[in-house]
Design a protein around this ligand. Sequence first.
Ligand SMILES: [Zn+2]
Ligand SMILES: [Zn+2]
Length: 892
Amino acid sequence: MRPHPCAAEPGRDDGGSDRREAPEAIPVALPTTGSHRTILRRRAAESPSVQWPLVRTSNEIREGYLSYFEEQGHLRRPSASLVPRADDRSTLLVTAGMQPQMPFFLGREQPPAQRTTLSQKCFRTVDIDDVGLDTFHLTFFEMLGNFSFGDYFKEGAIAFATQFVQERLGLDWDRIWVSVHAGDPELKLGPDEDAIRLWEAIGMPPERIVPLPSSENFWSVGGPGPCGPDSEIYYDWGPERGCGEPDCKPGCTRCDRFLEFWNLVFMSYEQHADGTLTDLPKQNIDTGLGLERTAQIVQNVGSVYDTDGYQLIMSWIAEQSGVAYGESADGTKAHRVLADHGRGMTFLVSEGITPSNEGRGYVLRRIIRRAAQHGLRIGMTAPFLPGLAETVIEQMGAAYPELVQHRAEITQVLAAEEERFAETLERGMKVFEEAAARGEITGDDAFTLQATFGFPIELTQELARERGLGVNDEEYTRLMEEHREISRQTSKVQIEVRFPDAPRTEFVGYERTEVLTAITAFADLGGGLFQAKLEQSPFYPAGGGQVADTGYIEREDGARAELVEALRLDADQELVFSGEGFVQGDRVKAVVPWSVRYPTMANHTATHVLHECLREVLGDHVKQAGSAVRPDKLRFDFTHPQALSAEERMEIERRVNERVFANLPVRIFETPIDEARKLGAQMLFTEKYGEVVRVVDIDGWSIELCGGTHVRSTAEIGPFAMLSEASVGSGSRRIEAVTAGEAFAYLHEQAREADALRGELEELRRQARKPAAKDEIDFTVVDKESNVLFVEAKDVKGGPLRDLSDRLRQQEKADGAIVGSVEDGRAFLVVNFDESLVRRGLDATQVVRELGKHIGGGGGGKPTLAEAGGKNPAGVRDALEAGKQAVASALA
Ligand SMILES: [Zn+2]
Ligand SMILES: [Zn+2]
């Protein structure tokens, strides 16, 4: 041990701990005027008999820190809310102790005192999925801080930190290291000599002061604003935890021997938009001491989860589940997840956040559902989250009275969300296991798990990872976006009724798309928008699955306003336009462009035709479950228990087109509802119908009640092409299709792609027939499917065979290659996939295992590259054929 240059008094007896002598308080003159003559009160010299108790437990560390800084003239403040201030949109939740203090540092607001101290609640959403996997990731944590707003600077911050570390935490000074800013030519800054000098003066040996680059030791807001070098304090766990390299020190990337637990930020400069720095008029101090890490150090335990701060929670979990922490890998993960998320959810709800599908509510929902799933997994009996929260409140309620205050609310919200999830969790897990047994989680599976069983996508991804499976994110995202779009559309019409007494608008849109009329009611909404009523209107307001028309009104002088929204009011409507200069009484031409209306009509009539064809092909059980008719495509949801087969899809498409070519007349009329029933018209149970209904009759073959706009005969629909067929929750399917011009464009594009593929394949075959000159490997590209090559080779195996698969992929810009080879009477296979294919659900190890059966052998590897060998050379052809099918079905 090195003698401490500042140690003027002998070490106290602290019960046999490994404390070193405490240094005498360091007198430091204030840089500016202030009520304090010295930075540190000269306690030791004035009253040598007074002893400060060492802090050990988490609650003692928090309280010891705050009272220490209070003694040093800091105003103790409560933690700011976890929800950032309204003017701070940088994060969803507060992620750092200084974040709520920014308005003071930026000079926008007057701080309540020049010196403040507090324990800030923090929550890192980005780490949710990592919690449980290791010993240190946390979502919720506490950051202790002392702040100086134009008061003390580097010297004071270093002196306070040193005294607290030595005298309150009682840490072995020999184990403390610090880092300082090494300088940065880009910022035109040299090394932080001041900090080095001050650390040396206070007793830090030069070899334990480590200069680190800006990436580690320079703090800024990430743009113009205050910034400055910082200095981090590290604890050395000892060489036995290190990598053993001679240059092992703070910042070592090879090992975790050094644990950073306190960061002192010296806010010195203002960074300007051009990157230059100027001195701040008032220099500030911001520090952050991680409470959980500090507890881990003073309690000398292996992880934050082993500290006392989690013990109450961990033992409660063990008691409830019958599984001890550390008993099994799965159980350990569950313990950590429950302990961390339990704290997080308790604090989030205490802030008034409730579970939802957006923003902070979604963060809360995710951790609640993840914790619920992990709890059940280790045998806990629901509901257990309210009990978990009670334990958290018991542990932390004294420091955070808001927990005690909102106890009832917290347990209620958690109980309700846990119950909601429990109802579907078991069934969802079954659906997941079935999908997992098939070897992949499709986007459709992930979507169903979310939409029907309430599994946040992150939970599905985590479960998939645990089984070494991927999730088709692309497909999932597409389905979610469509789902959101429907929600948006149904919630879009939110304009309110403004003209309840104005005369009713006559809707003429069934017969015409253009009409000369007048504005009968008008209200300026500001922002270039106005709401109006027309005498006659061709605009179809959204209803019956058909979206609202787009269009415009135009005055004789050329002034024009675009239709923004249309509000349907029984048989009436109010409209919102974007435009200037219109007034009540204006004569206008109201127009729905034919290019908008015609494809909408074609899609709507096609929806009716599709509905009837589905019933013909699949059966009478098919019921409409929703539809969206738009100018660019149509979507039709219907009840049907399973996915359509390729044959069914083709048959449905064929029948719809057959009805188009038959040019069936579309007849529309109004009739009493009883008459419509006699005709056998399709009615939706959910819709309310008046006495007189509108009937859309396609040649007596399809009869539906419908208020939408339609073409005059089925021929006007033009070609019909199905884009997709997928699940939308249990027992419902969704078809998306295009008609008319869109369908023509789509089919044309498909044909062009097919041609291009055929051409490529021909070219590959031609090249393959030529002997490979360079390395004399004999191979033939026999096929290509979804940009994956299928290759037969001879007299090659192992490394050269792998190389061949790589080279061919490169040459042909292919996403994958499956190569079979025969050498010396044995068969070999290499499956080589690009990352992109793995992301789409293909796994080379699974494919090679499957194909290996054909060559009478087995194999393995990693998801991007796997190999197999076997004793049946005759099976290579079959293996390649099976590979082609596997690729086609996985990427379909
Ligand atoms: Zn190291
Ligand atoms: Zn309809």
